[in-house]
Design a binder for this molecule. Structure first.
Ligand SMILES: *Cc1c(COP(=O)(O)O)cnc(C)c1O
Length: 450
């Protein structure tokens, strides 16, 4: 029998997260207060985050201990499996070796519980009773709802309205785990009411939902805010993915030439790649690739500058690749990749050319998803399928050039709650959309000058 699944024992779950800020050649510029435009200190963030997470946000320690209580819950699905994609390789007739790390085995079906669990833990420990957060298609909301249930925190989720009405199953999942879900823009917050006044039919965006959740958290002392991507501590928590993958590849006697992750806010890419970036920064020759949709081309078409994380401008200004915080994405199926900005860490590393980026149309992405489902059997999330597309193209290039490379990609989640997207693809209803350059320019022109 061919070795297709490489597993680690429970005892091999990493006990520390890897903090890339200890090793980056250039650190991101400090976040700025949205009002004063001065660097934010821990005090500015303490109304919405617990101190333990604020410390992780700025820490330069290379290794950070994972609390015992978090490891206990991680062990429900970690270590996650690493697979060698023998069947996909055979269909592609490629000399390349393709491996994928599968994060769809978590109870919420994606990598997001890797961070929702520690975030809930640190909030609970700080005496917080309630978490307010946002969600796009519902993956983050469901991961946070799960974490809230496990640690006894109430969770309120502002869910982008278009997904709230079109993707009921994730909402039901959140409610099953006890969360309260509002369609955003909602009438619960000033930010939501303001948007509804201007446009009563607004279908919402991640940027609007973040404004609502931050406002909710800032206005109540028993409530904190939680973000599912972008921030340094989120990327930190996700490094369990890459740390495990490194051990698993070692067991297989391999090391990647290319590490690929889809990129929405950057957290699963950070998770799979940062432990390998440590080697790259220290002289090893390998490529790291971020894959995004052409309809939300943050890295490939955005600008590297200070921007807000939300529409209302309530969050600190952070240096990142951005399309402008009032960017309104087209309704593509990869909901998790429709964010105007990117993680400051991923952005800085891309700026410093340690990470490369590529954008794909969604029909090309679904073609790859179908090929993957029909060879490797798992039906992948539309987001993850961006990484699959890039891995397939790299493998085809290996065939053309007669090179045997090792490719690793992160399969960030399964697509069992995204089957409508597959139906639309089969019926030829998926449109390819390129975000117009003028729109990007217009949106960027409105940013504060710093
Ligand atoms: C949320 C999500 C993403 C995008 O978020 P990142 O922070 O870029 O990882 C990708 N894949 C899945 C399955 C998701 O749920």
């Amino acid at each position: 029998m061919k070795q297709t699944k490489i597993v680690l024992s429970d005892k091999e779950i990493p006990t520390k997260w890897y903090n890339i800020m200890a090793d980056m050649p250039n650190l991101p510029k400090p976040p700025l207060h949205p009002g004063t435009k001065q660097p934010v200190g821990p005090k500015d963030l303490s109304p919405i985050f617990p101190m333990a997470l604020i410390e992780q946000e700025v820490s330069r320690e290379r290794w950070i201990d994972i609390p015992e209580e978090v490891l206990d819950i991680y062990s429900l699905w970690r270590p996650s499996p690493l697979f060698r994609a023998h069947r996909l390789e055979a269909v592609l007739k490629t000399p390349a070796k393709i491996y994928y790390k599968y994060e769809g085995v978590s109870p919420a079906g994606s990598h997001k519980p890797n961070t929702s669990i520690p975030q809930a833990f640190y909030n609970k420990k700080a005496g917080i009773k309630r978490i307010a957060t946002e969600t796009g298609a519902g993956q983050w909301g469901s991961a946070m709802a799960l974490a809230g249930k496990l640690f006894g925190l109430d969770v309120t989720v502002y869910m982008v309205k278009v997904s709230y009405s079109q993707k009921p199953y994730r909402r039901i999942m959140m409610e099953t785990w006890g969360a309260t879900v509002h369609a955003s823009p909602s009438t619960m917050t000033n930010s939501g009411r303001k948007i509804l006044e201007m446009d009563p039919d607004s279908s919402g965006s991640l940027g609007i939902a973040i404004s609502e959740a931050v406002e909710d958290a800032a206005s109540r002392s028993d409530t904190n805010y939680a973000l599912g991507s972008v921030l340094n501590h989120v990327c930190l928590h996700q490094t369990v993915i890459g740390l495990e993958a490194k051990k698993q590849l070692e067991l297989a006697g391999d090391y990647p030439d290319i590490v690929i992750g889809c990129c929405g806010g950057g957290s699963n890419l950070a998770g799979v790649s940062f432990p390998f970036l440590y080697d790259k920064i220290h002289g090893k020759n390998l490529r790291i690739m971020a894959v995004e949709p052409t309809s939300c081309p943050t890295l490939t078409k955005g600008e590297f500058r200070y921007d807000f994380g939300d529409v209302a401008g309530l969050t600190p200004l952070m240096t990142m690749y951005t399309l402008g915080h009032d960017f309104m994405p087209s309704g593509i199926h990869a909901g998790g990749l429709r964010y105007h900005g990117d993680s400051p860490l991923v952005s800085q590393l891309y700026h410093d050319k340690l990470i490369e980026a590529k954008a794909y149309h969604q029909t090309a992405v679904f073609e790859a998803a179908m090929m993957f489902a029909n060879t490797e059997s798992i039906i992948p999330a539309p987001e993850s399928s961006h990484a699959i597309r890039a891995a397939i193209d790299e493998a085809l290039l290996c065939r053309e050039e007669g090179k045997q490379k090792t490719i690793l990609f992160n399969l960030s989640g399964h697509g069992y709650l995204d089957l409508q997207a597959y139906a639309d693809y089969k019926e030829g209803k998926l449109m390819d959309h390129e975000h117009p350059e003028e729109e990007i320019k217009k949106s960027l022109a409105k940013l504060p000058k710093i």
